[in-house]
Design a protein around this ligand. Structure first.
Ligand code: PAF
Length: 283
């Protein structure tokens, strides 16, 4: 497994793979890998010939007071896991490589970036789209593999890839969950066992919302009220939002007529957690 630290090195590796007729599948990460990331690497191996993963904790997507400094890191373990999953190359640029002195350009997808998590995490998605654009330029993959847990991120990146005519096909993979339903996230590391057990209510609430939609409830207000009541039983959980939105436009839905994303964000002490499900009325 190759370790590549420079964008130019990454590009020449990709060019040489492409010359050999290999299809490159790329999984961008911020490291501290868990089963969710590994499922993305497995998908990459399945659909591509050459798997590339990046590890870069992107300072630009963290706001002031967020957890950039304490974001969990485990480089040695990550590399061991990536190798075990058959990854061919890991791109590990430093901050100076991604944001050299004097660079100024930002990539923004307005609208989609301002709703849901974008309301409280100002500038977060500009950080995400800017770094993903830079990573795509370096890796030049055939496939870009993302997780559905970060559904807003996936929708925004799909839009950016389309608008900027990147050649990569975006592949969005299912959320991987612990036994009790808690979505896997590197930030679960911040939770105690007790907090983890409390946090499972988030998926129970999403499942309740999904059930209500399936059983014919059309009012988003009623569904959200039921979910909030359930989450409200847990003092340790500070709910930031529950929203029901259109899967592509991310516009808030009031009356449910077709597929909808039910998404939420909550703070459980030091951890800000997000999760979502796709809800479908029975036809
Ligand atoms: O989902 C993440 O880990 C990050 O937002 C990403 C896509 C690697 C960009 O830094």
């Amino acid at each position: 497994m190759k370790i590549i630290r420079k964008a130019a090195g990454m590009r020449s590796f990709s060019e040489s793979e492409r010359r050999k007729g290999k299809r490159i599948a790329f999984v961008p990460t911020m490291g501290y890998l868990h089963e969710g990331h590994l499922s993305l690497l497995r998908r990459a191996r399945k659909i591509g010939d050459t798997t590339v993963m990046s590890i870069f904790i992107n300072p630009l997507q963290f706001g002031p007071g967020e957890d950039f400094k304490r974001y969990p890191r485990a480089m040695k373990r990550d590399l061991m896991l990536a190798k075990r999953e058959g990854c061919h190359a890991v791109f590990i640029p430093g901050s100076g490589e991604m944001y050299p002195a004097g660079e100024k350009t930002r990539v923004e997808v307005p609208g989609l970036s301002d709703v849901l998590c974008g309301k409280t995490r100002k500038g977060h998605f500009v950080g995400v789209t800017t770094v993903v654009a830079k990573l795509l330029n370096a890796v030049n993959p055939h496939f870009l593999i993302l997780g559905r847990k970060d559904v807003q991120q996936a929708v925004i990146i799909e839009r950016m890839v389309k608008d900027l005519r990147f050649a990569a096909k975006v592949v969005v993979c299912p959320t991987v969950r612990e036994k009790g339903g808690l979505a896997l996230s590197s930030r679960n590391k911040y939770l105690s066992e007790r907090e983890k057990s409390d946090a499972r209510v988030l998926f129970r609430a999403l499942s309740l919302g999904k059930r209500l939609v399936r059983d014919g409830e059309k009012s988003a207000r009623v569904i959200k009220a039921n979910m909030k009541r359930l989450i409200g039983r847990y003092q340790s959980i500070d709910l930031e939002y529950v929203s029901i939105v259109h899967p592509k436009s991310l516009e808030e839905i009031r009356t449910i007529k077709g597929d909808a994303i039910i998404a939420l964000a909550a703070r459980v002490r030091k951890a800000r957690l997000i999760d979502n499900v796709l809800a479908r009325p029975k036809r």
